[in-house]
Design a protein around this ligand. Sequence first.
Ligand SMILES: C[S@@+](CC[C@H](N)C(=O)[O-])C[C@H]1O[C@@H](n2cnc3c(N)ncnc32)[C@H](O)[C@@H]1O
Length: 365
Amino acid sequence: MTASPAISEVSSASTSGVSTPLTSISSVISLPSQIPSRVFSPLITHAIDLPSLRSMPSAQALLAVICTYARSQGKNFASDEEYTPAPEGFVDWATRVVGSGLDWIEDEDERELIWELASKRIAERCGRTAASSMEHEFEVEGLDRSIMLHEPSLTADSLGLKTWGSSLLLANRFSALHGDLIPASGRRVLELGSGTGLVGIVLGVLGYPVLMTDLREILPNLKANMEKNQDRFGEGGYSLDTNVEELNWQDMEASETYRRNDQFETIVLSDPIYSSEHPQMLANVVNQFLEYDNPHAQVILELPLREKFVDVRADLWRKLRDIRLSPAKQDLERGRDDFGEETYFWSVWRPIQYIDNPIDIDSLP
Ligand SMILES: C[S@@+](CC[C@H](N)C(=O)[O-])C[C@H]1O[C@@H](n2cnc3c(N)ncnc32)[C@H](O)[C@@H]1O
């Protein structure tokens, strides 16, 4: 789609004669490059204020409204209060826009942009799982630039295509405390179920060599995110020593890291259990790759306290104990992701022989 002179002149579009204060739309959504970051944000309190298609509103007027109510993007995980609330009837209006031929708008590129963005607004209101692909920006405390992650549209069984709340909490914790959490031994850190890569990339920025792993279908996006951020941070003088490899917990013997007989001092996991089979699989993988005879050996884990998973969590604690690990540190914290606010549990597990006062696993949430 080429830049449209008509759209690039959007700066003072009037919509339906209502008051139109200027707002920076780019604070809500990254606009396609052909739309300037400052366009009129119409003050609309009721569906009746939305521009009627019968009045044949200009492309600028339609885009001003459509961009005002963007919800899908923002830094980290924006709460609903951070979006401009759309008036009741907005989805019906956007549906009419998508269904309209927009015949009075001559420029085909403009019409297509309007249809595309109106469809996006509808999808955003059908929940995160219906949203289209996005560039998600994460600001991690203490880093001088943000992490950019591509999140493809979700398919039911590919949860690694979106970034989960645990990973932002864990990334922040590593950034705040990394010297205290992971020794600067130069040893490669193993991450299991890396997803879109936030935790592994942040560890890379902090100077740790990291092997990020996941299922085969997650890897292309994970690798692209890793490379994009290697470039982003490379411009700031950072050199990220990060790699991506397939490691399926159900078939770890097929992984390169198994064939190399790798052992890791630190294994990191963010939000890894959402099936009753995961605890045993993870215990097998950790048991294989953790360097038990190293007094610094540790498994660092963050997960949300989802109500439905009380039994699966209890099983994970038992399975970790069965492989001779014990919690050495733990913490509860509040966080959020695309699905709202949640309590998260962070813990560090160590081989039992190195722990003086092990925490009772029955006390864990
Ligand atoms: C809820 S997501 C969390 C992703 C990422 N760690 C985060 O916090 O954003 C769970 C991750 O575990 C991965 N996963 C699930 N089953 C797996 C398996 N059998 N082997 C390897 N990874 C698996 C998923 O692909 C996904 O990336």
